[in-house]
Design a protein around this ligand. Structure first.
Ligand code: ZN
Length: 478
């Protein structure tokens, strides 16, 4: 692990953003919650940050390859809408999810289509430098001219992996070479097309991130983030082309951070959920978006996280308990920096030593590669601590939430506990509940109290509350 030291007064932070051709799913959103925590950590340390997240609305070919149709064009054909409509619609869906997950807005959300002329200039400079070659299918970057190509991914370039998603391209010199410009095939007119020195066509996918980050953060900047799936291809190629473009012997970006995947084990969240559920499926099923955020923060960003119904149920229950515990402490102060937190804790009741201790623990945890599970544990511990003053506790809760972003200062318990109504259940669920109730009645008749309690606990897990009335047991959803 390396220590972070900023290179300028403002930390430049670039996060690879979404390709806006479909709804973002829960796994996609992990990358943005992770980048948000990183941003909050930098704020905690007192560093001003300029954060850029791109919106890919052109250039991302199906299967991440260099040939074939653009994802946006495929979506437009599928939905019988224009590519512009598709981009606008799914960009909004992405922003809605960011807002619901309490992700601090980036300073800029550049759209790739607005930067195509700069991308053409960038590729032309690479061509001047002699690190490219032309093929009928477009302009390609020659990775054999890039010293240290693939270092980021610790790739075995000698054995050059032919990753499943790197397709065969006629005439390509090295398997790892990639398109800077994708020329239109003869007789095929793309929906999105620009003129260039290499003919009509569209930019290669990797080009936009290099061009837009440099345009908005300067040629060199401090931190670049993205999902671990970008580490071996997209980011390796971004680095190769950027360093060839700058040709100044310096690393283009100083720190690369990648979040691991969310693993979905057939979690059944909602009837409407496709193979990979999205945030709206969770909220329709009665979970609060902050429960999903809490679930994500319960794992370290560099660890794979198993998404299961039980895990998100547990997160929802933890969120409910947290909010119920924190509500009486409100209003909370606004504490976003370590320095501010130490000062506020020191001011509390002539210096609340317990509170200062917790703030120091929070600082150690966020400094240790963003250890959010540890921060959650510290928060819980402070809430159980009999020796901390109310005022000190307010500071600790506010400081923890400045890092976690769980809306502890304003989330309403009634919103967290949005009741599901019986009509939301499908017939199989109703049948299951009623069978359990019959079994429980039978167990009680047989005076088998432990069995009856067991069944009650099972019903509680399903969110069902049973009341015994003279007319027999009645049930409702909590
Ligand atoms: Zn990118």
């Amino acid at each position: 692990m390396q220590d972070f030291t900023p290179s300028a007064d403002v930390v430049g932070l670039y996060s690879c953003g979404p390709t806006v051709y479909s709804f973002p799913h829960l796994g996609n959103m992990r990358a943005y919650v992770f980048a948000d925590v990183l941003r909050r950590a930098l704020r905690w340390k007192g560093y001003p940050v300029r954060h850029v997240t791109n919106i890919t609305d052109v250039g991302h070919a199906v299967a991440d390859s260099d040939t074939g149709e653009d994802k946006l064009e495929v979506a437009a054909a599928r939905e019988r809408r224009s590519v512009e409509d598709i981009a606008v619609f799914y960009t909004k869906a992405f922003f809605d999810d960011l807002a619901a997950l309490n992700v601090l807005p980036a300073d800029e959300y550049p759209r790739a289509t607005a930067y195509v002329p700069l991308m053409v200039e960038f590729a032309a400079r690479l061509e001047e430098r002699g690190v490219t070659y032309r093929l009928p299918s477009g302009l390609y970057f020659d990775t054999s001219k890039s010293p240290g190509y693939g270092t980021l991914a610790m790739m075995d370039v000698a054995g050059q992996r032919e990753a499943a998603r790197v397709d065969y391209v006629e005439g390509r010199k090295n398997k790892t070479d990639f398109a800077l410009w994708r020329a239109e095939e003869q007789g095929v007119r793309r929906a999105m097309r620009w003129d260039s020195p290499w003919g009509w066509g569209a930019p290669g996918w990797h080009l936009e991130c290099s061009v837009m980050s440099m345009a908005l953060l300067g040629e060199h900047f401090d931190i670049h983030t993205g999902g671990v799936d970008h580490r071996e291809l997209h980011h390796v190629n971004e680095i190769a082309q950027s360093e060839a473009y700058l040709d100044d012997g310096l690393p283009w970006v100083r720190y690369w951070l990648h979040n691991e995947f969310l693993v979905l084990n057939n979690a059944k969240i909602a009837k409407s959920a496709g193979p990979v559920p999205r945030l709206a499926d969770l909220t329709e099923a009665g979970y609060h978006p902050m429960a999903y955020r809490l679930f994500l923060l319960g794992g370290h960003y560099r660890s794979q996280l198993d998404f299961t119904t039980q895990a998100v149920d547990a997160a929802q229950a933890t969120l409910r308990r947290l909010i119920a515990r924190v509500e009486p402490l409100r209003p909370l102060p606004v504490v976003t920096t370590f320095e501010g937190a130490v000062q506020a804790a020191g001011d509390a009741v002539d210096g609340d030593k317990a509170a200062v201790g917790y703030v120091e623990q929070l600082d150690a945890a966020i400094s240790a590669d963003l250890a959010t599970p540890k921060i959650l544990a510290i928060l819980q511990e402070s809430l159980r601590d009999p020796d901390i003053s109310q005022q000190g506790l307010r500071v600790v809760v506010a400081a923890a939430d400045g890092l976690l972003g769980l809306r502890l200062a304003d989330l309403d318990l009634r919103d967290v506990d949005r009741r599901r109504s019986v009509s939301d259940l499908d017939p199989a669920e109703v049948e299951q509940i009623e069978r359990l109730i019959v079994d429980r009645t039978q167990a009680r008749k047989e005076r088998d109290w432990s069995r009856a309690d067991e069944i009650r606990a099972e019903l509680e897990k399903l969110g069902v509350q049973v009341t015994d009335t003279p007319a027999g047991p009645a049930w409702e959803l909590r």
